[in-house]
Design a binder for this molecule. Structure first.
Ligand SMILES: *Cc1c(COP(=O)(O)O)cnc(C)c1O
Length: 366
């Protein structure tokens, strides 16, 4: 047997320890997970009702074209239905884009550090990844532009960027798109867009209408609180969407996910409440980080990256022992940084208390 040689080096995804196991091992009664940018308030009750109401449909294949949900999303964003595509999370749309557009030897450009799935899927297709370091935590768009050549197929913009939480504003993205040649597809990954309260966030629907070589990705996993159901979507020019549809598996999203997403999209109050609570959480955490003299990046999603000025790996361990799971990833090459999801106010306070203790336990420096 001989797997593709470009996958042999890829690590197998290591899932985090289940919460129950963490509790048992460390003798904890409560564990708070602020590691995966999930919604601390769950999902809209209407989404749960929709799942229960459709429970008898479990033996029936889902609607492969997600017709009702497509219509609802198209209406919400004032686009045509042939501009919308769904995936098993926006992760699957990233996979399908790589599958549809990249062949061995193609080049693809992304920031560093950013969401790992762009590089992961590009490497599976044998593409060459050009990683452009962030500038002050944000995408360095002029530097990314300078890397484009005849072999470039896709540029990935993660906005807000995961893991830093930073944003590139509308004008920066417009300037970038104006300079990108038409043969290059620009992916605008906006997994946290609904959390944004800045007036400067890109109006990507307007950009998609102006620039045919763009696709915007959104997800129901984050503010909509449906991560377990695996559903996300892309909106772009019909030609781009058609290419993705050509590689899509016929039943790639479940019936429950479609029904729940349809209910969730209509519960605008839930989204507004979550956005407001999150904005307050960012204010609270920013104040506390400032008091603790810890530098942090301006946050535009539902998570914050903070410089703990000592080993992030050791701070992670210290927090875990206190029942708090946050994120520190050596692949970021940011040894003193941790990423924390904005929780409920109660969770945020518990996190800050535990962090204060952890800062005393771990010596400054790495
Ligand atoms: C969470 C996330 C996604 C996708 O999540 P899905 O659950 O697959 O929809 C995509 N991009 C970024 C930057 C994310 O943080």
């Amino acid at each position: 047997m001989q797997p593709k040689k470009n996958i042999v080096h890829l690590p197998v995804y290591k899932p985090g320890k289940p919460m129950e196991e963490v509790k048992r091992e460390l003798g904890l009664t409560e564990v708070i997970k602020l590691a995966s940018n999930e919604n601390p308030f769950g999902c809209s009750p209407k989404a749960k009702e929709a799942i229960i109401a459709n429970i008898d449909q479990v033996s029936i294949y889902p609607d492969g074209g997600a017709v009702d949900l497509t219509a609802a999303v198209a209406k919400k964003f004032q686009v045509e239905t042939n501009q919308v595509i769904f995936g098993a999370g926006s992760d699957e749309i990233i996979l399908m884009l790589a599958r549809a557009f990249l062949v061995p030897g193609d080049e693809t450009i992304m920031a560093f550090p950013t969401f790992p799935q762009y590089k992961h899927n590009a490497e599976i297709e044998g593409a060459v990844c050009i990683e452009v370091p962030l500038k002050e935590g944000s995408h360095d768009l002029p530097a990314m532009l300078a890397q484009i050549n005849d072999r470039t197929k896709i540029v990935w913009l993660c906005n807000p960027n995961n893991p830093t939480g930073t944003m590139n504003d509308h004008q920066e993205v417009v300037n970038f798109l104006n300079a990108v040649p038409a043969h290059v597809l620009v992916v605008l990954d906006e997994a946290y867009a609904e959390y944004n309260v800045s007036g400067e966030y890109p109006d990507s629907i307007a950009l998609i209408k102006q620039f045919k070589n763009t696709i915007m990705l959104r997800t129901f996993s984050k503010i909509y609180g449906l991560a377990s159901l695996r559903i996300g979507y892309g909106i772009g020019h019909p030609e781009v969407v058609r290419s993705v549809n050509q590689v899509r598996e016929p039943f790639n999203t479940t019936g429950f996910a479609q029904k729940a997403a349809l209910a969730a999209i209509h519960d605008e109050q839930f989204i507004e409440d979550c956005r407001n609570a999150n904005a307050q959480g960012i204010v609270y955490l920013s104040e506390k980080f400032t008091e603790l003299k810890l530098p942090f990046y301006p946050a535009h999603g539902n998570f914050m990256m903070v410089d703990v000025q000592r080993s992030g790996a050791l701070v992670f361990d210290a927090l875990l022992r206190k029942g708090l799971i946050i994120r520190h990833d050596p692949s970021w090459q940011l040894p003193t940084m941790i990423r924390v999801t904005v929780g409920s106010q109660e969770q945020n306070e518990k996190f800050i208390n535990a962090l204060q203790e952890a800062l005393h336990e771990v010596a400054v420096g790495v």
